[in-house]
Design a protein around this ligand. Structure first.
Ligand SMILES: Cc1ncc(COP(=O)(O)O)c(C=O)c1O
Length: 464
């Protein structure tokens, strides 16, 4: 192994792999697969590239759509080092704070849509969503409408991995594998997934139809029982589902009509990825609560936040007494300092405008040019630096290849063999590159994907 920090001594690659297989229970990993093949150890990263086992890979996923400013920025390491030696920890319970938490809360409020002026800090996107759910419950109790308990989520949603957030996900196995009771009544609306669900409707017609499914659920449950609607501005994890422009304003109109709160889960879209600071601005709606994580610190350190509107804050905080919620490391000084520096760099270096004016359109053009008419590809979807390549067997009917053929996984493998990390999800390759990706690197992403698709297509033809 190269570049091991000193405290790792002279451990070999094989020793580390063996420790890992014996002692590390991995997220989203089949334990049998881990027994069959050793884990891949990544030990350094710089810019848009990660390196492990002497292999350097262009990371078109920015980790898990989170290392937005790219790997290895010295300014963030310096901010962490400074605060680690000055104030390695203190909590934020019982009206105590630290300079970095106070400044970061102000910074998020200044960047966010005007009516968001309070944030609650936590450590992960899941905790930010859990916090949002608790604040929604408090809001309705304080308003004297405690029956408003139901939460509307959508097919293909992803909101986290804790017990309450997993109950909201489109991937229902994340809840059913464990068998816990739902934390609140969960109602599932249609996703604004035009390519898969839109049939003969135009995207704009389908956007309105998908929004109407929210209204249908509210009326069926009775508005007096519905607490909130939660949605990612662009559904990221389950396949970069970019909604038609008609969708969000109509969802907002419906929710306002029935007094249902809107939670925008901006864990992926927050802080620039859509080419706007927040996905709400890209899709022309405003939420009451928004959840933030990933890009908040570009995942250099764990930190998340739940931002609330002035109205929600006023209701929740009115004569509340003690807020019975919090985490030991909420508002951790080191995490807050790193996040603050990260947001300052995104701002100073004009990264959001660059995505809006240049990189987003360039990415879309490159992917469309190389893949738009490829025989395997049904749709290329791009919004800012979020993109999906969706495969299909028949372009007219949009029929998919059977899951067991794992077409998308084979394309992902083909990319990896050529030095490119993408994320196969079902029938879709997901791309969320770092904001610093260059034109040349975007061209490489598109051309490597095309080569990988060509190989899979040839293999499919030979197998016929
Ligand atoms: C929209 C959204 N919400 C919440 C989460 C959960 O975040 P975490 O994995 O940090 O708990 C994710 C993670 O991918 C996400 O994409």
């Amino acid at each position: 192994m190269t570049d091991q920090p000193d405290f790792m001594g002279s451990m070999t690659l094989e020793q580390l792999q063996s420790y890992d297989r014996m002692h590390h229970m991995h997220s989203f990993t089949d334990p049998i697969a881990l027994k069959q093949a050793p884990p891949f150890i990544i030990d350094s990263a710089e810019g848009c590239y990660v390196t492990g086992q002497q292999i350097r890979l262009l990371d078109a996923m920015a980790g898990l759509g989170c290392v937005n400013i790219g790997y290895g920025r010295q300014e963030l390491a310096d901010a962490a080092e400074h605060v680690l030696s000055k104030l390695s920890y203190y909590h934020s319970f019982a009206a105590v704070t630290n300079p970095y938490a106070a400044s970061l809360a102000q910074k998020i409020s200044s960047l966010a849509p005007e009516h968001f002026n309070k944030v609650f800090f936590s450590n992960s996107g899941s905790e930010a969503v859990e916090t949002a759910l608790k604040l929604v419950a408090l809001y309705w109790q304080q308003k004297g409408e405690p029956n408003r308990k139901a939460i509307i989520t959508r097919d293909y949603a992803y909101h986290g991995s804790t017990i309450a957030t997993a109950a909201l996900n489109g991937n229902e196995a994340m809840a059913t594998q464990f068998g816990f009771a739902e934390p609140a009544p969960i109602l599932r609306a249609k996703a604004p997934y035009w390519y898969r669900e839109g049939g003969d409707l135009s995207p704009e017609e389908f956007g309105l139809a998908a929004a109407k499914s929210v209204e249908d659920l509210i009326l069926e449950a009775g508005p007096e029982n519905v607490a909130a609607f939660i949605g990612e501005p662009v559904q990221g994890t389950m396949g970069i589902i970019t909604p038609p422009d008609s969708y969000w304003p109509e969802v907002e109109r419906i929710c306002r009509k029935y007094g249902v709160l809107i939670i925008a889960d901006e864990v992926v879209s927050g802080f620039g990825r859509s080419g706007h600071w927040f996905g709400q601005q890209a899709y022309n709606f405003t939420a009451d609560i928004m959840t933030l994580a990933k890009g908040l610190s570009s995942a250099y350190v764990p930190i998340a936040a739940t931002a609330v509107s002035d109205d929600v804050a006023a209701v929740v905080e009115d004569n509340l007494g003690l807020l019975q919620h919090g985490f030991t490391t909420s508002g951790h000084p080191v995490s807050c300092a790193v996040a603050l520096k990260n947001l300052m760099l995104i701002e100073e270096e004009g990264m959001v405008d660059a995505i809006h004016d240049d990189k987003g359109p360039y990415f879309e053009a490159a992917l469309s040019r190389e893949l738009g008419s490829h025989p395997l590809v049904g749709e290329v979807r791009v919004r800012g630096l979020m993109a999906a390549i969706e495969f299909c067997k028949d372009k007219t009917t949009r029929e998919q290849y059977p899951a067991e053929m794992a077409v998308c996984d084979h394309v992902g493998q083909g990319c990896l063999m050529r030095g490119l990390i993408v994320r196969p999800v079902g029938n879709v390759v997901v791309l969320c590159p770092p904001f610093i990706i260059s034109h040349a690197e975007m061209d490489m992403v598109a051309s490597v994907l095309k080569e990988a698709c060509n190989d899979v297509h040839t293999a499919l033809q030979q197998a016929q």
